[in-house]
Design a protein around this ligand. Structure first.
Ligand code: FMN
Length: 210
């Protein structure tokens, strides 16, 4: 019943619903990569609903996410995407998994401390406790290794949140080291595994080729 409220992708393959994913995108320089991540998840048969934080919208717009996910995009807690119910409650109720990618240091702190000051953090708090929460951090290495961030990561891990990355390499801020967003193909593959639907289906990692 809950899956029915997600729009079913019927064109370009009409794949079965492998799970309802809420994709939270935060204000990282890596936010543009969430567009391709959204597309990968949709091509893999997931129903994807995207929530952008206010700062994410400094880096990306809702348009590609709306088009690729074939669903409304929430950019504000007071958006009424569908129906009468507060959107963050409806989307949380209907989600099979919450993925935050990229996740900033700021949003990790908000998630760790239970803040509920925007649509993404409200979805996270309203999510049924048995639903997986995956986060893929992306930030400068000093931000990642700061004791405040590490304490937030510990707290979230102890609460069952799964961290994907961060990866190492050349960072957009000019530094080299840890802090890069995990490869989006690996993020998508892990999402499918956690949904219990990968790696069956298409190419390696359960992802569609191309
Ligand atoms: C150009 C630029 C790039 C940034 N990239 C990152 C980043 O990759 N990771 C991060 O944690 N913060 C980054 N920030 C800082 C965040 O945008 C800032 O902490 C913001 O409050 C995050 O808000 P949100 O988590 O609600 O989206 C960046 C800021 C700027 C101006």
């Amino acid at each position: 019943m809950r899956a029915e409220r997600f729009r079913v992708a019927t064109r370009n393959g009409g794949m079965n619903n492998r799970g309802n994913v809420v994709l939270g995108v935060t204000g990282s320089i890596a936010a543009h990569r969430a567009v391709d991540l959204c597309s990968l998840l949709v091509k893999s048969g997931c129903q994807v609903r995207v929530v952008l934080t206010a700062d994410a919208q400094r880096f990306v717009t809702p348009v590609p996410f709306r088009t690729l996910s074939r669903n409304p995009v929430v950019t504000d807690l007071y958006d009424a995407a569908e129906g009468w119910q507060p959107t963050h409650i409806q989307w949380a109720d209907e989600a099979d998994l919450l993925l935050v990618a990229p996740a900033t240091a700021h949003t990790l702190a908000r998630l760790a401390h239970g803040l509920a000051d925007d649509a993404l953090t409200c979805v996270a708090l309203a999510l049924p406790p048995d639903k997986p929460v995956l986060v893929a951090p992306a930030m400068n290495g000093k931000m990642w290794f700061h004791p405040a961030t590490q304490a937030n990561v510990d707290l979230l891990r102890r609460r069952g949140v799964e961290f994907l990355g961060p990866d190492s390499g050349l960072l957009a801020c000019g530094y080299e080291g840890i802090g890069r967003l995990w490869p989006i193909e690996q993020i998508a593959a892990r999402v499918l595994e956690r949904l219990g639907t990968g790696p069956a289906g298409a190419g390696s990692c359960g992802l569609p080729a191309g």
